[in-house]
Design a protein around this ligand. Structure first.
Ligand code: A3P
Length: 287
């Protein structure tokens, strides 16, 4: 059973029994980064597991054997956690390694390597909402007392892994580095295929069209939600209380939803305005 207590390391909250001073110091100062490593870095709830699925499918050229056999968190463990050290050693190469670490705590040995980092960011409103729901179910989080308290903690950087704002700002220092690629959850939502092609290009992976089709299909929300190896149902209920919420919750994006809503309502309303006496200003007010 995991603990719900946090401790602070270099000013950032981490979870007792998931992280330790030792695991964090190892991750920063001793972890040997290999030239073919691919890091999947995110602030929690920004699409980490989505990117794990995409990267795994690209690695195996669209073959779904691993996706259907191995739990997603074992295919790309978080190297800064207590168990991460051994789990990473067991990975096939190229290793796909996840991390939520802020920039200033990341593996020092990365600087001299040719390894690559993919940083996925998501708008903070959706990160916060996703985090709020997840916090009720995952035992490593302190259960939020109220939405307001959770919001205060989020804004003050008292959430696990610290402030979303500092995380993004920190990692964006790398944006001109050729080993660094950043993408947003919203871009993945709007054009998954286009994103997969860009990721392949960054990784130097050439895939046939059929393989790309498989990556896109098998990393879709629906397929991942139905895949026991991707939807976290393999996690014991004393770690993730499945009765309080599923990992694959909604998978929606605020901006995209607004766009869709706008598209749905705009045409009928404009037609209504043109064909009846409804004044144009009334139509505009509806938005
Ligand atoms: P919601 O809680 O908003 O549904 P992380 O992996 O960083 O913990 O992020 C989890 C969020 O990513 C959850 O968001 C989850 O539903 C969403 N997600 C996971 N796989 C996805 C997919 N294939 N498509 C869209 N969203 C996905």
């Amino acid at each position: 059973m995991m603990g719900k207590e946090n401790f602070v390391h270099k000013g950032t909250p981490f979870a007792v029994n998931v992280h330790s001073e030792e695991s964090l110091n190892y991750a920063e100062n001793e972890f040997p980064v290999l030239d073919d490593d691919i890091f999947n870095v995110t602030y929690p709830k920004s699409g980490t597991n989505w990117m794990i699925e995409i990267l795994n499918l690209i690695k195996y050229k669209g073959d779904t054997t691993m996706s259907n056999r191995v739990p997603i968190y074992e295919r790309s463990p978080w190297y800064e956690t207590i168990f991460g050290k051994e789990q990473v050693k067991a990975l096939n190469h190229p290793r796909i390694i996840s991390s939520h670490l802020p920039y200033h705590m990341f593996a020092k040995s990365f600087s001299k390597s040719k390894a690559k980092i993919i940083y996925t960011m998501r708008n903070p409103k959706d990160v916060f909402v996703s985090n709020y729901h997840f916090a009720h179910a995952l035992q490593i989080f302190k259960e939020p007392k109220s939405l307001q308290e959770h919001m205060d903690n989020f804004l003050q950087g008292n959430s696990l892994y610290g402030s979303w704002f500092d995380h993004v700002k920190g990692w964006m220092q790398m944006k001109e580095d050729r080993r660094f690629f950043y993408i947003t959850y919203e871009e993945l939502q709007q054009d998954l295929r286009g994103c997969v092609l860009r990721i392949c290009k960054f990784l130097g992976q050439e895939l046939e069209d059929e393989a790309i089709d498989s990556v896109v299909k098998n990393s879709s929300f629906k397929v991942m939600k139905d895949n026991k190896m991707a939807n976290w149902t393999t996690i014991p209920s004393d770690v993730l209380d499945h009765s309080k919420g599923s990992f694959m919750r909604k998978g929606t994006c605020l901006l995209y939803l607004h766009q869709k809503r706008l598209m749905c309502w705009s045409m009928p309303l404009f037609v209504l305005a043109l064909t009846t006496a409804v004044p144009f200003s009334v139509v505009i007010c509806v938005f």
